[in-house]
Design a protein around this ligand. Structure first.
Ligand code: CP3
Length: 362
């Protein structure tokens, strides 16, 4: 049915299998730093319309792959498609980020939330996955994704981005059972959503817990990690005869990598506040690690970018199980040539960290 995979470096590295070099992709690789992305978004009308148009979502997903030697595609979509399908009234105001018209604050608000059918209200995402897989023609694997229940919950309860998480933390400390009820609904929706993406052709999945780092260590385990654990347990782990790796990423979660690794996920995304050598010691080669160049390094000239890439590769050190990435999404002001410098540096500098005998197996 689908074309055989020509470059499976990402899937092998996520399972800590040997590769001739370190694979590389970038969080938010399809985005505003690319002029061709801005042109397609203008054609779509808005960011949300771009997400909801499978042909155009496919077009922007492939744009960075046409420019750079990347080892993965990531579905172009957003973590807020799930609340959007739960009828909370999502919109994106330019320059202001997401807005939710009907925030979820009371028990009655929670009662009203449906669990969306991936092939129903979220069919446009599944169609995007199918279209991208068809157009990729096996060049590289396709990563699907969702937000963590806690992170998606912050937007649903706050009504948008937030500095202090006033409403959701009020709920966490004031009515924890209500928050658990909300997180349970988001978790069930997310498992169905990720399994829909895998059935449609996603070959690895990543869970973005952008705001888990705002929690105390104990609350992190109770309100974020516990639900990511349910996702790890609930997602399809094999498709088309191959393991579907699961990557968990908590921004600010460096101290908790051991707990995250214990969920049984395959890999952890690591932000730039954590040293990869320390991270590797903490997880004791139980999982692969993905990261962790400071996205702001890409503001510097190409020669400095290359040096910093070298430092990240050296901090992980010898052996399999590293996927090179930024520690968070690429910033919109970055020059496309600077992303190129990073990617080329990974191609050139990483083979020395892999065994001689694996280098022939491109
Ligand atoms: O990585 C990729 O290339 C895939 C696409 C992707 C987007 N959002 C596209 C996007 C992914 C993986 C996401 C995840 C996402 N969305 C997260 C978690 C990851 C992270 O960055 O921490 C979060 C918290 C969101 C919610 C969200 N979406 C916010 C807060 C914003 C506004 C901030 C901003 O950068 O403008 C978005 C909008 C968004 N999602 C854009 C893109 C390309 C920018 C929209 C535009 O074109 O103007």
């Amino acid at each position: 049915m689908s074309a055989p995979l020509q470059n499976d470096l990402l899937l092998r590295a996520l399972l800590r299998q040997p590769t001739p070099r370190t694979p590389v992709w970038m969080m938010r690789q399809a985005g505003r730093y690319l002029p061709e992305y801005r042109a397609t978004r203008a054609k779509a009308g808005s960011f949300l319309q771009l997400c909801m148009n499978p042909e155009l979502a496919c077009e922007v997903t492939l744009q960075p792959l046409d420019r750079y030697r990347l080892d993965a595609a990531i579905l172009f979509s957003d973590i807020l498609t799930v609340p959007h399908a739960m009828n909370v009234g999502l919109s994106f105001e330019t320059g202001e980020g997401p807005k939710i018209a009907r925030p979820v604050r009371t028990s009655a608000d929670i009662d009203r939330l449906p669990i969306p059918d991936p092939e129903g209200e979220l069919r446009y995402v599944m169609d995007a996955v199918r279209t991208i897989r068809r157009e990729l023609k096996g060049r590289v694997p396709l990563i699907g994704f969702a937000g963590s229940p806690w992170t998606v919950g912050t937007y649903m309860v706050e009504g948008g981005g937030s500095r202090n998480f006033e409403h959701i933390k009020g709920m966490l400390y004031g009515a924890p059972q209500e928050l658990h009820r909300l997180l349970d609904i988001i978790t069930r929706a997310t498992i169905a959503y990720l399994n829909g993406q895998i059935a449609a052709g996603a070959q690895a999945v990543m869970v973005f817990d952008t705001w888990g780092g705002a929690l105390t260590p104990r609350d992190y385990r109770e309100f974020s990690l516990r639900y990511m654990q349910r996702i790890v347990d609930g997602v399809t782990r094999e498709a088309d005869g191959r393991r579907v790796p699961v990557i968990l990423y908590t921004k600010g979660g460096g101290d908790w990598l051991d707990h995250m690794a214990a969920t049984g996920c395959d890999a952890l995304g690591v932000d730039w506040m954590t040293d990869l050598a320390d991270a590797r010691r903490k997880v004791q080669d139980k999982v692969a690690l993905q990261g962790n160049l400071d996205p702001s390094v890409l503001y510097a000239p190409p020669a400095r970018i290359r040096e910093q890439v070298g430092k990240v590769l050296a901090s992980y050190g010898q052996g399999p199980g590293h996927v090179f990435n930024l520690g968070h999404g690429i910033h919109p002001e970055v020059k496309p040539e600077h992303a190129l410098a990073m990617i080329e540096a990974v191609h050139e500098l990483s083979p020395q960290y892999h065994e001689e005998r694996d280098r022939g197996r491109g």
